[in-house]
Design a protein around this ligand. Sequence first.
Ligand code: 5RP
Length: 242
Amino acid sequence: MVVIPFQNIMEDVERLKKEAGVAACDFIKDGMKLGLGTGSTVRYTVIEIGRRISEEGLNVVGVPTSEATRKLALDMGIPLVTLSDSGGLDLVIDGADEFDNDFSLIKGGGGALTREKIVAQSSQSMIVVADDRKQVKTLGKFDLPVEVLPFEWERTRDQISLFCPGDVTLRGGSEPFVTDNGGYILDCSFGPSISEPKSLEMKFHSIAGVVEVGLFVDICDAVVMASNGNVVTLVNDSGRLN
Ligand code: 5RP
């Protein structure tokens, strides 16, 4: 048996994140209005955009999907605008926690799912950056993040538990994680069983107290996926890049 040291695995994963994050910048054209996603993979995209602005004179503006990305983008010298001032975006690049063969996504591992969905729905196209660990046959091994109002969140949890087969857990427990919007996150354990993500998304939206659910359906046009040895772009045949 060959034992690969944990540190080497982490370095490999970080390298893949960087490769995917940087490769996605090939889709960026001068003059574009960009949605800037949140997370450790798209972080490399934001850094690369900043590099291209300062070294190559790239002319773009961005709308960040979280306060963390706002800070990073400003540090990188990326001009920012509000969504309403932008008049609509050309492209959003973001990470994902899982994607399936239909390009449906689970997002929200970083807790930014509501802003991420608002920005994605305001964009002409969406590209996801990921390493190949995120590719799944059926969504749900990754606990589905749901942003909820803090008000009577236990009631919201109980309503979700009526159809979620596993645990519904308050992120952060006794010291709840608080989103940029002042919400809480419930992590819902479905297991790899989400074969109808659109109808599940609707079910969540019928519960008062749910702000947004981390299911992104019919919105991702391509995934730039890094695996050991190469980076491939998986294009959604039903997407908007065709
Ligand atoms: C944040 C997200 C992230 O895009 C998702 O969690 C993936 O992050 P990472 O690239 O760090 O694995 O949805 O809300």
